[in-house]
Design a protein around this ligand. Structure first.
Ligand SMILES: Cc1cc2nc3c(=O)[nH]c(=O)nc-3n(C[C@H](O)[C@H](O)[C@H](O)COP(=O)(O)OP(=O)(O)OC[C@H]3O[C@@H](n4cnc5c(N)ncnc54)[C@H](O)[C@@H]3O)c2cc1C
Length: 450
């Protein structure tokens, strides 16, 4: 589809923000996303300044029959923030966060990152469950569910969502909450970017910090033994603690790291973490009382933008000795140079106490998620690195269930999309058909309308 100059001029006249066309200064920066494997060339990028611009952009794209992608934080590993030949509705300039400490709520625009959100809320000692790397967008993360260090105490990011402002495919502005457009509100909490452009998210926020956080690091040859202990300890742990066990090849060589965040009373946390800290012989114990922001920044250095990523993930079904052995073996027999990891993330707690059908997120009973990730710089190494990631995932697969977390999914085909939405898929089709019958919003883990 070629967009003519007159209609671009008309669009510019409706916008407070900017339009970038191929060749414009800013166009190439605007089409870059977090994962450098993605190299897409949209026909135009509409950098919105507010709701009025989002409405104008949606109307324009629909009337011109353009493919549409929506950009929040641009972190999606499959690159769904950008598209080839279509319109990117770019919210990256919409980042305001307003905290109301009295009502313990925070409203953040759809282009905010978790860094923006934590900065604003922590000024009041408040936080909600959010991504563990500050540059991740609140939008994509919340719409897919949203796991983070606080998830066992306060549930998923989407469980803390009180309302959302949405521009739907027909350019209408709606608010979705427990009392307004309830079906839309249900679908926004786990259904990904299928239902419209969310211009702002209103969250419940909680007293958080200082936390007891940091990492324990073990040599790789202790990994199996420590993981067997971690399995029992993490299943009994109170809601205040999330502890992720990660096999990783970092700059100092391969190791097992357990990153911990205890968000309750620090003195209690010391007692809770004691058995874990006393087990085995860690090379490093860097757990201490720290501001919440310190834990949220532990991985910032590793996850710089502009690197190539391959991810493959599933929920752990069987955390047996055999599973641990297979996962550690496959990692240890071919440890690649930095950075590669198999992360076992700690779920359960408050996540599991929300009813299965209450939100579109449908993996409430998973206790751990497993994510294989490989990060590199040189495009010449892509095939080899992706093969490593696939082999590592294949070794773990017999111990995973049929589901997958939608926010960790690459472009892996229809069956995996259905696996991501699980039991919510059919109802999501109904809601999608109501709010986006022509599938305008399809550059995502797509639910096809009837
Ligand atoms: C380094 C890194 C760390 C991560 N850590 C975590 C983590 O701790 N917890 C976790 O749960 N996930 C995590 N993720 C996964 C993350 O949730 C997804 O990548 C998510 O898609 C990011 O959202 P975004 O807004 O940055 O993405 P984008 O790429 O901008 O968008 C992702 C999807 O959401 C849609 N979308 C974006 N904005 C909007 C909007 N305003 N309205 C409607 N649809 C929209 C897009 O169209 C696209 O389909 C991480 C990812 C990375 C790369």
């Amino acid at each position: 589809m070629i967009v003519d100059d007159t209609s671009i001029q008309e669009l510019r006249g409706r916008l407070g923000g900017r339009v970038f066309l191929p060749g414009d200064e800013g166009y190439d920066d605007g089409r870059k996303v977090f994962n450098a494997m993605i190299d897409r060339r949209p026909a135009l990028i509409v950098r919105c300044k507010g709701v009025a611009d989002v409405i104008a952009a949606v109307d324009f794209a629909r009337e011109a029959s353009l493919l549409v992608s929506v950009r929040g934080g641009g972190h999606n590993v499959a690159g769904h923030a950008v598209c080839d030949g279509g319109a990117v509705i770019d919210l990256s300039a919409m980042k305001s966060v307003r905290v109301d400490p009295r009502s313990r709520t925070a409203r953040a625009e759809g282009g905010s990152t978790w860094g923006d959100f934590d900065h604003a809320t922590q000024a009041f000692g408040l936080a909600t469950t959010g991504g563990i790397v500050p540059s991740t967008g609140i939008a994509g993360l919340t719409l897919g569910g949203g796991i983070g260090y606080l998830n066992r105490k306060y549930g998923l990011a989407c469980d803390n969502l009180l309302s959302a402002d949405v521009v739907t495919a027909d350019g209408e502005f709606l608010t979705a909450s427990a009392t307004e457009n309830e079906d839309l509100f249900w679908g926004l909490r786990g259904g990904g970017g299928n239902l419209g452009v969310v211009t702002s998210f209103e969250y419940e926020v909680h007293d958080v910090g200082p936390v007891l956080g940091g990492e324990l690091v073990y040599p790789l040859d202790q990994a199996e033994e420590v993981l067997r202990f971690y399995r029992g300890w993490s299943s009994e742990a109170p809601d205040e603690v999330r502890a992720d066990a990660t096999l990783l090849s970092g700059p100092e060589g391969p190791c097992l790291a357990i990153i911990v965040c205890y968000c309750g009373v620090v003195a209690e946390g010391e007692k809770v973490l004691q058995p874990l800290r006393q087990f085995g012989s860690p090379m490093m114990d860097a757990i201490a009382p720290v501001p919440y922001a310190t834990v949220q920044n532990l991985l910032t250095e590793v996850f710089q933008p502009g690197l190539r990523h391959y991810w493959k993930s599933g929920f752990v079904r069987e955390f047996s000795d055999e599973a641990i052995g297979a996962i550690v073996d496959s990692f240890a027999t071919a440890v690649p140079p930095p950075f590669a990891a198999v992360a076992i993330e700690h779920l359960g707690g408050a996540i599991s106490r929300v009813g299965e059908g209450d939100t579109a997120f449908s993996h409430r009973q998973a206790t751990h998620s497993l994510l294989v990730l490989r990060v590199w710089q040189d495009p010449a190494e892509s095939a080899e690195n992706m093969a490593w990631g696939r082999a590592c995932y294949d070794a773990a697969e017999p111990f995973l269930d049929n589901g997958v977390y939608v926010n960790y999914l690459g472009d892996e085909g229809e069956a995996r999309v259905r696996a991501a939405y699980g039991a919510s898929y059919e109802r999501l089709v109904e809601v999608k058909t109501r709010y986006d019958p022509t599938n305008l919003f399809r550059v995502n883990q797509n639910v096809t309308p009837v």
